[in-house]
Ligand binder design. Sequence first.
Ligand code: LLP
Length: 383
Amino acid sequence: MQLPVTTLQGYNTPFYYYDLELLRATLKAVNNEINGTPFIVHYALKANANPVILREIVQAGLGADLVSGNEVKAALEAGFQPCKMAYAGVGKTDWEIETGIDNDIYCFNVESVPEMEVINEIAAKRGKTAGIAIRVNPNVDAHTHRYITTGTTENKFGIDIPVLDEVIDKALSLPNIHLRGLHFHIGSQITEMEPYRLLCEKTNELLDHFGSRGITFEMVDMGGGLGVDYQNPEKNSIARFKEFFDVFKQHLHVRPGLKVHFELGRSIIAQSGALVARVLYVKENSAKKFVILDAGMTDLIRPALYSAHHKIVNLTSQASAIETYDVVGPICESSDVFGHDEQLPLTKRGDLVALLTAGAYGESMASRYNMRNLPQSYFSIDK
Ligand code: LLP
């Protein structure tokens, strides 16, 4: 992504900066891959629901993958069409379900029978029929961080395959439910394609099985999870969309009339955002040199929560000497560390530092812990 230092110097730190040109190029790359296919991509708002970002994504024609009533509202406000909205999550409250039904969203991704019954009841009270997909736990290991793997029986998500027949029968029996298809999501930050190939095989088996029972679906939703390159963001600024979609083009048996949905979050927005902070102090003890930033885990929690690493660059230092620093935030928590033993040019108070690949699950996970202000956001193109 492009970071125009002189412009950035004029903003109050810490803030998120978004390169909308890179976002547009990313969306174009996605659309190029799905052009002429029965594939439909929904953007997972949980990755970043900044209204300016959402506007760009609406303009590129993507649908919306939602996980709360407020995300449904944000998607409506941003201009996503309800017929391109899917609402997932293990614990939807009544008002959230009502919000979805009242706005005629395309489908609820249902994670349990009790939830399906409640959706049916609420839809009946309103004289409506709610579209649903059954979220299936395919028991495919995504080989990613244990906090962001979701498709194995160890996880709270989805319905296990052995009871799927019963659950589908139940869905078909409920008068105010319209069963649209099956939904899967095996995890996030998936960098190998093999788990997706296994997912295709599982899906083929299930479609064959239900086909033999005379049950056909209008769509299958393969979830999201495509990973991005946190180590070399400059080199790989656009995710491996071709490789990803090719797996489904090659291995998923798409019957005529079947639509294939995807729910991509991170791979759409991660590389287009950076967290920009200022160096408050450089401090040294007997063991280490610390660079203390004015941004902390309240602005970007991924390093503290998942031991994730975001590439750190000093945008303003002209020094040729390289030093080793621990780069930390100001929060009263030992986990408020962005990087251990980082090699940076000689760094001093006032320098501007960027944490790259922070567009996804950065701003959207910011908190007000320590009563800090939420970070501002700025864009490469005027709003
Ligand atoms: N669909 C469902 C049902 C999901 O649970 C998720 C993400 C997505 C789609 C989008 O996945 P993506 O394409 O972004 O990988 N906060 C964590 C990531 C949590 C992902 C949760 N679910 C992080 O910062 O790494």
